[in-house]
Design a protein around this ligand. Structure first.
Ligand code: PCA
Length: 242
């Protein structure tokens, strides 16, 4: 009889696949907490410690979490993610959930991004020296693409865990917005049965950070757990008046 690790489910049903992306450092920084967060999630998954795992395993399936490091470059970040998704599709290993992570310096809460817009307007050059101003992400694309993660259900759960969190209506106009727009555009055009979205985190390594790395790990874990559930998001008010 083959030996089983404690984290392997008893049944042989297909794994629940999740892809997490994080970014390389940019703007002169020597690290990007979004990548540290992705790596922490992978470490915790390997140890069988994620809430998303215990919820997936209760339905008899293992959770398989992959990570991918993205460059902070307009021309390559979204394209590399799409190429990876195409490869996974060909291999029959398309993830059910894709969560892209990025740093939003100077913020004080985990931001669950609701929308990517078809606009590039860079205040600083990206890591390839490119600084597009008022250009579309995709010339023939729709104006906006919406995240399909269960953001409101996740928001409620993350807030209940005491972690600073907000629903956000703008991921900015730099490379993070590009990746969110490109991801959702790809999923929509290919008709993939995959939920996708983006999370901005504060500088988790700052001395005075309002969100610790461990809190951010827990927040994204709860977002994954919620997003692996079938059905529409919870219909609770979460918009803004202005
Ligand atoms: N944050 C930037 C790009 C990479 C990152 O981590 C952004 O918010 O666009």
């Amino acid at each position: 009889m083959p030996t089983q690790t404690p984290h392997e489910p008893a049944s042989a049903s297909a794994p629940r696949r999740v892809l997490i992306t994080g970014f390389a450092p940019f703007d002169g920084a020597d690290r990007n907490p979004s990548w540290d967060l992705a790596e922490q999630l992978a470490t915790r998954a390997a140890a069988g410690e994620l809430v998303a795992q215990s919820e997936a395993e209760s339905s008899g399936a293992a959770l398989e979490l992959q990570t991918m490091l993205l460059p902070v470059e307009f021309e390559t970040a979204g394209a590399l993610l799409c190429t990876r998704l195409e490869e996974l599709t060909r291999a029959g290993e398309m993830p059910e959930v894709v969560v892209a992570l990025g740093l939003a310096g100077g913020t004080d809460a985990v931001a669950l991004e609701r929308v990517g817009i078809n606009l590039r307007d860079a205040r600083i050059p990206d890591n390839a020296g490119s600084q597009p101003v008022d250009e579309p992400v995709r010339a023939d694309g729709d104006g906006a693409r919406f995240a399909t993660l269960r953001l409101k259900a996740a928001h409620a759960r993350i807030a209940a865990a005491g972690i600073p969190v907000r629903l956000s209506l703008s991921a900015g106009t730099f490379v993070c917005n590009d990746v969110l727009y490109t991801l959702m555009d790809h999923l929509s055009r290919t008709g993939a049965d995959t939920r996708g979205g983006f999370v901005h985190v504060p500088d988790l390594h700052a001395e005075q950070t309002s969100v610790s790395l461990q809190q951010a790990v827990h927040a994204v874990d709860l977002l994954i757990a919620e997003s692996l559930h079938a059905g529409p998001d919870t219909a609770i008010p979460g918009g803004t008046l202005h």
